[in-house]
Design a binder for this molecule. Sequence first.
Ligand code: ASP
Length: 358
Amino acid sequence: MSPNPMPPEKTSHILVLGMGGTIAGLASNPGKDPLSYKAGELGIEALLEKIQEDIPGELKLVSRQVANINSRNLTEPLLSLLGQTVMESLANTMVRGIVITHGTDTMEETGVFLQLTCGKYAQNLGKRIIITGAMLPANAPEADGPSNLLDAIRWASTPLDNCPGGVYGVMAGRACLAMDLSKRHATALNAPLQASPSSSAGLINPSWLFGVKAVQGAWSEDLPIPKGEEWPWVEILTSHAGSRPETIARWFGGGVEGLVLAGSGIGGFHDAWLTPLGEAAKQGIALVRTSRTGGGLTYPDIPEKDLAGCMASGSLSAPRARIALQLAINAAKQANLVGKSLTWQDFFARIAVLPLIG
Ligand code: ASP
């Protein structure tokens, strides 16, 4: 195995894209304090060197560093760059599958972004994109990055009859659809899969696979990847005891195009928001309702009738609903430019009905 076989374009290979994160992080005193570290310190080639002996000799890997950041600092232009890199790489007949090493903090956003922009294309081509990362830095005695990276490479390269093409996440020996990644624990080794209906990485669970196929069957067309400067400004606001109307009203006239409302319970929000949200809708600000609980579904017109134009997020958490709303607003703008009168709601409705794997 060599991370950069020459020339890569002429050899069938797995492409490994490095984005940074803890998997590429280094602690200053790893034996004593592995959680005090800097993310995004090692390059992707160095990560592959660590697992070189475990890669089957016939499997060619090509690596590319897209970024090397702490993913809490992920930007929208960087998502665009990653999405474009993935689309171009999928189109390359020499690329069998793609692995992405990524920080766990915002895997949730990247997972849903790739599903909604590249998921159908990957599925149609029968290629898998696998996102992985680590909770411990690369020089920690119990570092989880090497085994996660190996699992991801195995998943990206295993025969298709095990599992269809598409976008997945792999951590701590388990796998899920990338759009189900959701970090709901600060330190657990499987933190990004805490709220996910996940399968075992080595053994495909038939009911999980059935769920994967149901989601893929419902996702008929990828959305356009916004160019760096095209991403609409969308904020997440959380309803809580003592919520104030000003929390909504302060966004008027400042360029915000959408608000994701992380409501309490089943997605209801504080009555103090009712009047300013009505005004927001009149001003053309897109509104999506979700739940701050971290699980379950948000349904239309429950617990009360929705404000005109406001949409329920289905199974999307607030960070996922935000990416979905941004992509839906952008898709509507692109459609309008070519004379199609479609709204963000038309696009968001296709996303919010994606089934939840139970
Ligand atoms: N803050 C890190 C990051 O998201 C955490 C991790 O990778 O686990 O880059």
